[in-house]
Design a protein around this ligand. Sequence first.
Ligand SMILES: Cc1ncc(COP(=O)(O)O)c(C=O)c1O
Length: 405
Amino acid sequence: MPRMAKQLANIKTSAIRRTSAWLALAKDKREIISFGGGAPSLPPPPEFVQKMKDALNDPWRAVSYGGTRGSVDLREAIVRDLHKYGNVELEGPDNIIITHGGTEGIFAGLEALLDPSDEVIIADPTYLGYPEVLKIMDAKAVTLPVYVEDGFQPDIELLKKKVSRRTKALVLLSPDNPTGRVIRPEIAKAIVDLACDHDFWIVCDDAYKHTVFEGKHTWVSTLPGAEERTLTICSFSKEASIPGLRLGYTYGSIEAIDGMEKYAQYLSLCPETLAQMAMTGYLNDPEAKDRYLSEQIIPTYRERSDSMGRYIQEYLPEAKITKPQGAFYYFANFEVYLDKIGLTDEEFADELRLKKNVIVIPGDVFGENGKSHARMTFVSEPDKRIEEGVKRISEYLSEKQANKT
Ligand SMILES: Cc1ncc(COP(=O)(O)O)c(C=O)c1O
């Protein structure tokens, strides 16, 4: 066989995607408790499902190719949606590109902004979609450590030291994956000021903008000076519970979106037509979205987040946690336990899966600062199974400690 690309050796297999593969292969999925990938467990909004069925009444249209930038109807609906929820004032639908989930937005967005050797500031820990894609693009990730003691808020003085002549962009996730931190408005403003002073881009990842449990989402592009230098990546996977339909969008200046469209032509050709038709119908019924968010998403996930926090404190008292203000995850520090049993977080996650059928994501896949942590999603399982999963982790640790002594 001829040699394959050298670059492959540098790209990590996604630990999150690996857990989805295990779940797909598992014969008895009920036995496995997944605190792994951030897969919503709520059904999609009924109005969305109905629009999907309606769209199939015109099957030729529903399965045909569309424009690379996505349907104008959907983009117009998004312009109204962004204005309603965030007071975002876009000129029009040309400021938006529809993507295959936020994932294509990240890829095409970074492709459109970066040249090889450009520096991009990312938090440590951060969502692993970013560092790996930066490697593929030969760009340089400059990491900004964030700490539990600061509620995972970036330290602006430290950030200033990370900015150089080569800084091309900074990635800001809020609510954050894996830490659940919601950026404080004054910190977001300080980041925008720095970006203006040093002329770099802000790539906002707003995949979790509608799952905020404490505080408020900051719509960064609306801050003074931010509009022309912000690319905001959004996803319908989490807010409409449709991760398998692969639908998201990115908004920003027309030039930046034009740039993304060039890549998207060859990456995916066009977004999926049927999903776009259904989403257009759903967004054009704004009360349906209000209802879904306020009656389903927020109360269900807030309750599960509270439950998981309570169970961790009860059964795993030496794990350090901070309550997530948003997104889907606890980023729990297991250092005290792992020191006692002599395992790394990767080994710990493997053992939990093999011996206890519990899936967690090892913290170090999110960066150096994630060592000895585990990311545990609270959205994929109902209360009883969250308790069962946390108990199994506690049992594993007790058994392992007992075997060591
Ligand atoms: C922060 C963040 N951005 C983007 C994505 C990509 O999501 P999708 O491609 O399903 O929209 C995820 C998925 O978990 C995420 O956590």
